[in-house]
Every structure is written in C-alpha cells, then in structure tokens.
Design a protein around this ligand. Structure first.
Ligand code: ADP
Ligand code: MG
Length: 393
C-alpha cells in the first residue's frame, strides 16, 4: 500500500476532527453510523457530511451502506491519525520512502527536524482478513470492535514496551522513541536483514553472537518467537541488531520450549545452508565447553529456564498488561476468525472527542513525498515457522 503523505497537506482541522470521530465510533462499531459520526464531530451546518466526502475521496474512510449508512477507517486513515499525532508531538517532521514490508507491518523512513532519519513501523495485525476472536465475544464485550484497529495498536504497544526493556538490559535492539496507535518510531538500524547477506568474513563469530542472543534472552525470561534471518539486521562491521518483537513470549509460556527450540533451529538451519557451517566445532571453539548444549551443540532450554531472570515480569508492569498479552497472543497463535459485525448499542461516546487524542493543527510542513518503495518480499523463513498464509488488504 502506498502511503501518500502528500494528502496530509490538504487535510484541514475539520477533516481530522471527523476522522477522529470515526475512530472513536469504532470503539464499539465496526461501521460507524453516519449520524453518530456527525454527533461526535459536532461540526456546524452539516459540515460533517461534506468532510466525510472529502475523506472518502482520499481513501481515508471506507463507506458501507449494506446494513445502514456508515463509515470505517481504512489503514490509511488510521496511519494518518498516528502520523499527524507524531508530527504534532514533534517526533518527526516528514515521512520518506518505504524501507520494509513485513508480514504484518509497513516500515517507512521518517525525518526529524534536525535531519536525523528514523524508522516508523505501522503495524497491520489482522490485515489478513479483519480477523477477530469471535468466540471470545463475552470476554471482549466491552471492546466489541475487536479488530485490526485494536490488534495493531496492541502490537505497537507491546513492541514499544519490549524494545525499551530490551534496550535497558543491554540487548542490541533499535532505540524505541515513541508510539501512538499502531505506530512505533525507533532508530534506523544501519545494515541489512541477514537474509540479504550472501557472504560474511566471520560467519562462525556472527553465528555465535546470534545464538548467544537467543540464550541471553531466555536467561532474561523471554523468547523472541520469530528469530530468523529476516529479523536480524547486520551491518558492515558484522554488528547484530534484532528487531520485530510483537510475538515475544515469556519462558513461562506453555509452549516456551517449542518456541525456543524453533528459534534456535532457524538460526542453525540458516547458517548451515547459507554459510556451510558445521556447528559442533564452532560452538566448542567459542565456548571451550558444551555446557547447556545438546549433542548437536544446540542450547538446551531446560538448562536456561532454571536460571531465567525476570524481564518477562518486569514487562508485565510496563503498561502492557497481562490482558493485552492474552489478547494479542490469542490472535497470533491462531484461533482468530472472521469478525462480521461487532456493532453494539451502548456507551455514549459523544463526549469522548474532547478527551481523545485529537490531531489538530497544521500539517503543511510534512516535507517529503513518498518516493515509492522497494518491496523486500514476503517474509518466509524456516519452514516450520510460517504457519498462516496472509493476503494483504
Ligand atoms: P514485521 O513484523 O512485519 O516482520 P519487521 O519489524 O520485521 O516487521 O520489519 C520489516 C522489515 O523492515 C525488516 O526486515 C527490515 O528490513 C526493515 N526494518 C524494520 N525495522 C527497521 C529499523 N529500525 N531500521 C531499519 N530497517 C528496519
Ligand atoms: Mg519481521
């Protein structure tokens, strides 16, 4: 999907007010009745209807009149709300080219006022089919729009919290700068995803560093769960940075052992295939012992688990709650199904617009145009890893 940030220039305060009204309405309506949008936005002289037309023209909203007349946000609409908020907060002043298309995200360069370039990740969890956990409707009755909006926001919240915590504990991760809605802004990692690297001067050392990371993560109580050549960045000095954290779990997760072994296996497999490494020697060479490793030289989860730290519990106290974790995990691990319509009568949200994080203000200073993007292709790695197929919206 192209993110034509240029459109931001043409959006007025009223446009953003109505866009925010739709977002608020989506708290309990998948399609927000037009009349409700008007009540929330409270623009004079039927202004809302004119604005809705404009937003539709720019594809920030989707119109649906199958059951009643209403609108929902598109990804683009949600993107613009987050981007506008970031700009208003002074996090960045412009959006540049797209640098990555992940399974469930789009990554762009953004530029700060001083010219520093950062990375912005827009989460697209649930992009596949607007999936939602219908069977958990009871559990979610206070948040009936259990949809991509909610899931993408959770993913961003989780990613931000984990990135911060990992950085604090000395892990090589991007510097987490800000998050809003489904958007995370972080430092731009120099280098390339490992998958693009055909040759390495010191593959054994790089391999050891990477396996050492998986082990150290587990010692801190965490498993990455998507630890592969797509989520490991490497620069010209062979410095490693790991990225992509929304699916991480605690070592106390019931499938922890399986996730850990899978992460390890992916790395072994990749280095075996790409760099022809034979592992037994390299591990013994580096460690001087094979403690905590099995016959094949792979780290044993049970040995690590016993001494695992408390980072997982620390994270639970970081604003990313246990319930958030349960919701997102339920989605990631499957069991999600199509959410047809989650409209519910209910809470009067008309007052909320004033409390909500609205995004007023001038946007004409959004500088660069999107220069198109280079797609790095769909993320497919260890065969064992990728389970569900995904089609983009
Ligand atoms: P997904 O969850 O969709 O897989 P990722 O976080 O793995 O998203 O990002 C997708 C791609 O975007 C990465 O493989 C990488 O090429 C690029 N990317 C992500 N974050 C950064 C960053 N901070 N700096 C540079 N490139 C990044
Ligand atoms: Mg990834």
């Amino acid at each position: 999907m192209k993110l034509d940030v240029d459109v931001l220039r043409y959006l007025s305060k009223d446009d953003f007010r109505v866009l925010t009204a739709v977002e608020l309405g989506m708290r309990n309506h998948e399609i927000v009745p037009t009349e409700l949008i008007d009540r929330i936005a409270r623009l004079k002289h039927g202004g809302t209807y004119k604005v809705l037309k404009n937003l539709l023209k720019y594809k920030l909203l989707h119109h649906d009149s199958s059951k009643y007349d209403g609108f929902r946000l598109t990804y683009l609409g949600y993107d613009f709300l987050a981007i506008k908020t970031m700009v208003n907060k002074g996090v960045f002043v412009g959006v540049g080219r797209q640098i990555g298309v992940g399974k469930e995200s789009d990554i762009f360069e953004v530029v700060r006022e001083d010219g520093t370039v950062l990375a912005m990740k827009l989460h697209r969890l649930g992009r596949v089919s607007f999936r939602a956990v219908k069977s958990k409707r009871d559990y979610l009755r206070h948040r009936s729009s259990y949809n991509w909006l909610y899931l993408s926001r959770l993913a961003a919240l989780k990613e931000f919290a984990f990135m911060k915590a990992l950085e604090t504990h000395g892990f090589p991760v991007p510097n987490a700068i800000e998050h809003n809605r489904h958007c995370v802004v972080m430092s731009l990692v120099q280098g390339y995803p490992l998958v693009q690297v055909k040759q390495l001067p010191n593959p054994e050392t790089v391999f050891e560093t990477i396996i050492g990371l998986v082990v150290r993560l587990a010692e801190h109580g965490l498993i990455h769960c998507d630890f592969n050549e797509f989520n490991i960045m490497i620069d010209d000095d062979e410095k490693i940075t790991m990225i992509d954290f929304p699916q991480m779990v605690s070592v106390s997760h019931r499938n922890a052992q399986m996730y850990f072994d899978r992460d390890v296996e992916c790395i072994f497999k990749f280095f075996r295939k790409r760099f022809n490494l034979s592992f037994q020697e390299s591990i013994d060479d580096i460690d001087g012992s094979d403690d905590g490793r099995d016959e094949a030289g792979k780290p044993c989860f049970s040995a690590i688990e016993r001494s695992a730290g408390f980072l997982d519990r620390e994270l639970a106290a970081s604003g990313f709650t246990r319930k958030d974790e349960e919701d997102i995990q339920r989605f990631i691990e499957g069991g999600a199904e199509s959410d047809t319509n989650s409209d519910s009568e209910g809470v009067d949200i008309v007052e909320d617009l004033n409390e909500a994080e609205t995004v007023d203000g001038d946007s004409s200073h959004l500088l660069e145009q999107n220069e198109g993007y280079d797609s790095k292709g769909k993320e497919e790695s260890c065969e064992a890893r990728e389970s569900s197929g995904s089609e983009k919206e």
